[in-house]
Write a new protein. Sequence first.
Length: 341
Amino acid sequence: MADVARHAGVSVKTVSNVLSGYPYIRDTTRARVLAAVDELGYEINVTARIFRSGRSGVVGLAVPELGQPYFGELADEILAAGREHDLQVLIQPTGFTREGELAALKEPRRGLIDGLIFSPAALVQADEHLLEGLGYPLVLLGEQMFSPHVDHVTMRNVEGARAATDLLLDDGRRRIAVVGMLHAETAGTSALRFRGYREALEARGIEVDPRLLGWADAGWHRAEGARAMADVLDSGAGVDGVVAFNDALAIGAMYELQVRGLAIPHDVGVVGFDDIGDALFSVPTLTTVDPGRREIARVAVDLLRRRVQERLGPGAEREAPVLHVAGMRLVERESTARRTA
């Protein structure tokens, strides 16, 4: 790296920033560094870095899939947070499978990853013991598992879903469907968001109508949102509001509603969850819950960095595991424009 810096006429730190993908580098400087890299045939020697510093500068991120917009955008935020600290992030999609998640937990043991940010979907609370004694720093994301032995960054699922439902109730809507139910899940994101929905209804003296439950066992994607919405409409229950457990489901539900001739928000108000980029460009634009994705990413990276540094510090006392719950906010857009003055 020092040879590349001399050849390009820049500092070693600038070379490091270019190779780590740091965005705030002049195009001319970046081009000069990359040309020097090509001319000298430079490659990062991760093994040498480990021997020299005791760390690789690479952290892992294991998420269920990148095709689901929330996880793709979360990965982008974690990559950005990593670049700010000269960290490279190795992303491993686990495919919503137990096998994939167990493989992800084993990956850092090969010695090329300093620690892991892990978002399980298939492992359950009974698997908590698998998170202990891993031999490397771990930061847990999501709601599928909790452990007092590892750092955990999560979101306000119950509060977010309740706020979404209250928004529709405040507008006089009473036949509110929920899209994203999972038959197999008794804990986790879907169960928590359903709890928020149910609590909002119960606070107004409204019972949950089973016909208004939209099931999405095949995944939280647009197609499942449309299919679940179709099932609810075909039940004859009558719908004037929809709370979807993520934005992809909400966009699919809006498609089905409009195909059936229902106007959004005049006939049916729709609220999603996650505030993905598509929410701002759907027609109509989608009201949604922002769960604090950027905060989740930055806190997770910061916690992992601190744990890696603790391991390298001789005799350093380890801080107690942290449970961080990110802030949330309701982002109101066209899909819930108020019907009442």
